[in-house]
Design a protein around this ligand. Sequence first.
Ligand SMILES: Cc1cc2nc3c(=O)[nH]c(=O)nc-3n(C[C@H](O)[C@H](O)[C@H](O)COP(=O)(O)OP(=O)(O)OC[C@H]3O[C@@H](n4cnc5c(N)ncnc54)[C@H](O)[C@@H]3O)c2cc1C
Length: 304
Amino acid sequence: MSRAAPAWDVVVVGGGPAGLSAALWLARYRRRALVLDAGRPRNRATWAVHGFPGLPDLRPDELRARLREQAMAAGAEFRAGTVRAVDGSQDAFTVSTHGGATHRARRVLLAFGLRDVLPDVPGLEEAFGQSAFHCPDCDGPSVVGAPVAVYGRGPEAAALALYLLTWASRVELLSDGAPSALGPDQLERLRQNDVAVRTEKVRRIVAPGGRLERIELEAAPDVAAEALFFHLGARPACDIAEALGCERDGGQPVVDHAQETSVRGVFAAGDLVGPPYLAVSAAASGVRAALAIHRSLVPASRRI
Ligand SMILES: Cc1cc2nc3c(=O)[nH]c(=O)nc-3n(C[C@H](O)[C@H](O)[C@H](O)COP(=O)(O)OP(=O)(O)OC[C@H]3O[C@@H](n4cnc5c(N)ncnc54)[C@H](O)[C@@H]3O)c2cc1C
């Protein structure tokens, strides 16, 4: 390789389960992999990562620390830093950070995850990740036999309410002062399943220390629930995929079976590329990206 060749085979943008799992496997293929991480993972507000096979209920920071140590022991490099921009093209990318560093790489893996949109309700932030959740698959199993509330208006909120009956003893749907946006059939389906729809405005969520005590409504009795679920959407944690010109669907980059985006040499993995939004799925897609990136770097002289 010439002296002007990039220092890194791959720069990984984001050090969550996706980016760190990719880095581990890239290092196993003896690829020079640098992970740059801003340190604000999607699940930082919660106390445990449920359902990660073999690692029951680890704290999110503990899971990341273990993944990081394993990747670094294999030979990957990890640095704190927030990527500002990715320029260039396959074999000659330049990755710039807000701190002023630049790194040259042959491939780039985008693994910077999503940010959740939270309901604009007083008290919600304190409860988020402790007793207010966006993901029924992650936290539904923690509310077996408990009363829960769902925040939202449309069919998606109604579907979430019905889905939670897998675990909850009772579900109430809170439309927060707006008329319910459900049709008669949907309302009837909720009624058949004893899901009450409360249309009063939500005054505040009372959750001392993050533990939901009650949800106060205006001019109506409180809602007694042990957990609140919502899904108002999520967006990429930064706009790098958009700036690179990656084809996107609903804001998220579209990838092929090898996790490559529409921009050659730019791969993407983890929550950023779509469901299921689980740590183990993010890790798996990171590994899939690593294998594909390695193969894309094998020279023609070593192929038959
Ligand atoms: C409240 C809550 C509870 C959850 N509970 C569970 C659970 O119990 N079980 C489960 O399996 N999943 C759970 N999840 C989902 C899980 O957190 C995600 O699926 C997983 O974190 C996705 O991993 P990722 O690597 O794609 O992204 P993330 O873990 O979000 O990591 C992305 C990383 O990229 C960094 N980054 C962002 N922008 C940049 C940039 N420009 N430059 C450098 N770095 C950048 C971020 O700071 C972050 O560190 C939960 C999520 C939430 C919000």
